[in-house]
Ligand binder design. Structure first.
Ligand code: SAM
Length: 352
């Protein structure tokens, strides 16, 4: 081992003990990414998650309810200015049908994700959320529908939603401005995250690894934000280019670095629920399993109707299994078992 690795390992060990570092130390840990460092971080993350979750992996059914979006995020395939996107939205009955399919195969969390689609007013969403709550009382309902007002988040919480995923995307304001149109700001995003927490949701933030203009410094700020915000969930996946966006020529994010960051996040906030994202599986066939071995403990199989899965194209070559969800679940269970973990039928709330 060289001197450089020794220094990085010492900082990872400090992070394991204390759960925090300075931004400058985080930058050094990121800059010190190597096979040796990644292996050590994964070993520490393994011990950490085992103490809390043993070898269990939680599964959530992802339902992509709409690919209409009023926003124009430069990285995203469903941005409003992409005229090639084939737009769709699901009706309440279709969403309930997806939940029914998922329930039958053992899913106890439903994640409703979509673009910021004005069609889904508070009234429409309250109706959908309360119907799911009534029909599936033992399930958790997670929403991932972007920025909404405090009152809107509150109405949806009161209707029965439990969790909300809203990635912060980057904790650096200037970087944020390079990824988004001027209508979206980091300050607004953080306000939404604070509101969600205040209301009582289990809240998830997160970011893409390898997004254009990302640096070790911006990543260090992401880790600091996670350390301070202590999200219940954290979505980390590689950036993957989409042909019809201004970022079509940028390279996809690195799988190894993504896994390294997952391990570090496990050490920063041990009980966090960390998904092995679809984007990881898209960039590498073993990406999701590698993520679990690095500290992730959640998988989100797709429950959307087969006919719309390709249309929810945030990035090119998105993994969309051609199989029915039941078969997909069996495959996931077997894969997870093959690396020594087990999928459980449970809501899978954060253990605090
Ligand atoms: N509209 C909601 C929101 O903004 O939170 C939910 C949908 S949005 C498409 C979900 C996430 O997809 C974003 O937070 C972003 O990080 C991720 N995403 C979008 N484009 C991507 C790309 N090209 N590569 C990887 N992830 C991407």
């Amino acid at each position: 081992m060289n001197k450089y690795d020794e220094k990085t390992l010492a900082l990872i060990e400090k992070l394991w003990r204390k759960g925090k570092l300075t931004v400058s130390e985080y930058r050094q840990v990121i800059d010190g990414y190597s096979l040796v460092a990644a292996e050590y971080a994964a070993t520490c993350a393994f011990e950490t998650r085992k103490a809390i979750y043993d070898n269990t992996v939680f599964v959530r059914g992802l339902i992509e309810i709409s690919n209409f979006c009023k926003n124009d995020c430069l990285y995203c395939g469903i941005r409003c200015s992409n005229k090639n996107a084939d737009r769709y939205r699901l009706e309440k009955e279709e969403i309930l049908e997806c939940c029914k399919d998922g329930y039958e195969v053992g899913l106890r969390t439903f994640v409703l994700q979509g673009g910021e689609d004005g069609y889904f007013t508070d009234d429409k969403l309250v109706d959908i959320v309360s119907s799911i709550r009534e029909k599936f009382p033992d399930c958790a309902i997670t929403l991932s529908l972007g920025e909404r007002s405090y009152d809107s988040y509150k109405k949806l919480f009161d209707a029965g939603a439990n969790r909300y995923l809203l990635r912060h995307e980057t904790a650096d304001g200037e970087h944020y401005a390079k990824l988004h149109p001027p209508t979206l700001t980091l300050a607004k995003r953080k306000k939404c995250l604070d509101n969600l927490k205040k209301i009582g949701y289990q809240v998830g933030c997160g970011f893409m690894v390898g997004s254009p203009y990302q640096t070790d410094e911006t990543l260090a700020k992401d880790l600091k934000l996670i350390e301070q915000f202590k999200p219940d969930m954290c979505g980390i996946g590689p950036f993957v280019p989409h042909r019809d966006t201004p970022f079509s020529q940028f390279e996809a994010g690195n799988v190894g670095l993504t896994c390294y960051l997952l391990s570090l996040i496990r050490l920063i906030h041990p009980p966090v629920l960390l998904p092995a994202t679809t984007a990881l599986g898209t960039v590498h066939p073993q990406g999701r399993l590698a993520a679990i071995l690095s500290g992730a403990n959640v998988i989100m199989p797709n429950l959307s109707p087969q006919s719309v899965r390709k249309k929810y194209e945030l990035y090119n070559n998105k993994l969309t299994s051609g199989e029915e969800s039941a078969q997909e679940m069996n495959k996931i269970k077997q894969q997870v078992q093959s690396i020594g973990y087990r999928v459980v039928v449970a809501r899978g709330d954060i253990k605090k």
